[in-house]
Design a protein around this ligand. Structure first.
Ligand code: SF4
Length: 443
């Protein structure tokens, strides 16, 4: 929304912080029998949201976006850190205080098909938060619902209909009306248009923008569709494995991403012109389990720009990928949730799937020209594996081929005049980006 419109409509000071998030963590401990590590869905994030702005939150599915959104409005308990709303840490609220504060922050859910109770009329659905908070008189609540129907572009006669009588777009309008019933300041929009047809998406996005202008709303807009984010968000936070990797003004970031993960993510946006010369970065593998994120940078196991030890800076990119994959295979196997049968087999000294190191070595290095200064280290690690000491193999490879990316959690660095921040060691003077970007190919 334009700054002018925002100021005129709600008379707020632009730039004023509404939500201030510091060191926020949300862990789930689901009591697994074999692996008792908690799932680190949100793993220490810091950011703020200005009053009246739309902050986008993007990243692959499972990166922690929705958990973060839910934690901000206290639908999930924070494990650590604070969420300050106008200076009040809402993670500390409980009972009546929490209930009263909840009026101020609401959520619109992704799936309008399942987020509305089909046994309630539209009027009852929208009125429910007013009833829960004992808002004014019953008659005033009914009037408020009629007003909200109008605000979101529905008709008065829709009051007595049921959700199944509506299209997806109309159902999302009902969800939005319900979220706005108590006049919140802050709304988490969790993939609000991704279940809708493209033409309906545009209508709902326009509605959200109009409502923001009219009521001075502040949005956290969670999405995986980057073109939608580009359209609607003032700033964007890019998440990976529970961490914010880059945060800054939308247009600037889309035009010139600074973090390797943002670069990969944005390179996957389809070009309207298929002949346009655009380099697409293919990331190998999948993100690691949030139950066992890597030490160091969260993106270290897949990063195409990972910092190498100086003595290996000159080796062939394909060979470097093979070394990285070799390390990742050993790491994956260490953390794999083994079945009870596998554990029993190990305990009984029977042969398990951990015996195929030769196959892995051939697969990864067989077609490559491997200089002896690399081969000797791969051999030592393979020998450790053969002797059933995978831990020693992993440690050996980490000592030989590891870098700051494996060992140290990067911190946020300011990377532009507008205050954009990026979570990457490449911004340190010693590790500036290489001139030539050599993305990994898929193996
Ligand atoms: S810190 Fe290293 S692994 Fe992480 S994004 Fe930067 S270059 Fe890649």
């Amino acid at each position: 929304m334009s700054e002018q419109v925002r100021q005129e409509s709600v008379g707020v000071q632009t730039g004023e912080t509404l939500v201030d998030v510091n060191g926020l963590k949300t862990y789930y401990d689901d009591g697994g029998i074999i692996d008792s590590n908690p799932v680190k869905a949100v793993d220490g994030v810091d950011f703020e949201i200005k009053r009246g702005e739309t902050l986008g939150l993007v990243g692959e599915s499972g990166c922690g976006k929705t958990t973060l959104g839910r934690t901000l409005i206290q639908l999930e308990d924070a494990t650590a850190g604070e969420v300050l709303f106008d200076g009040t840490d809402v993670t500390e609220l409980s009972g009546t205080e929490l209930k009263n504060w909840r009026r101020n922050s609401q959520m619109v859910f992704q799936d309008p098909e399942s987020s509305l109770n089909d046994r309630m009329t539209v009027g009852e659905i929208i009125r429910e938060p007013l009833d829960v908070h004992d808002w004014e008189t019953p008659q005033e609540r009914r009037e408020r619902v009629r007003e909200l129907l109008d605000v979101v572009g529905l008709q008065p006669e829709h009051y007595y209909r049921y959700p199944h009588q509506f299209s997806g777009g109309q159902r999302q309008r009902i969800g939005i009306a319900r979220a706005l019933a108590l006049e919140p300041e802050f709304v988490v929009l969790d993939e609000p248009v991704s279940a809708l047809d493209v033409s309906v998406q545009a209508q709902i996005l326009n509605l959200l923008e109009d409502l923001q202008d009219e009521f001075g709303l502040t949005y956290l807009f969670i999405a995986h569709d980057l073109s939608v984010v580009r359209h609607i968000c003032d700033r964007v936070a890019v998440m990976y494995l529970g961490n914010v990797m880059e945060l800054g003004e939308t247009e600037e970031m889309f035009a010139n991403p600074k973090n390797p993960y943002t670069h990969s993510l944005l390179s996957a946006i389809p070009e309207p012109d298929p002949t346009a010369d655009k380099e697409r970065v293919t990331l190998r593998g999948t993100p690691p389990s949030p139950r066992d994120p890597p030490a160091g940078c969260p993106f270290t196991t897949r990063c195409p720009m990972k910092i190498r030890p100086e003595k290996y800076e000159d080796i062939d990119p394909d060979l470097w990928v093979a070394i990285e994959v070799f390390r990742e295979v050993l790491r994956e196997r260490a953390r794999a949730e083994k079945s009870l049968t596998e554990i029993a087999k190990e305990k009984l000294g029977m042969e398990t799937r951990f015996s195929d190191i030769d196959e892995i070595r051939t697969e990864l290095f067989g077609d490559l020209d491997v200089p002896s200064r690399v081969r000797e280290h791969v051999e030592v690690a393979a020998n450790h594996v053969e002797q059933n000491d995978e831990h020693a193999a992993r440690e050996y490879l980490a000592d030989e081929f590891g870098s700051i990316c494996d060992a140290e959690d990067p911190s946020m660095h300011v990377v532009s005049d507008t205050g954009r921040t990026s979570n990457c060691h490449r911004h340190l003077p010693d590790y500036q980006e290489p001139d030539e970007f050599t993305p990994y190919t898929e193996r």
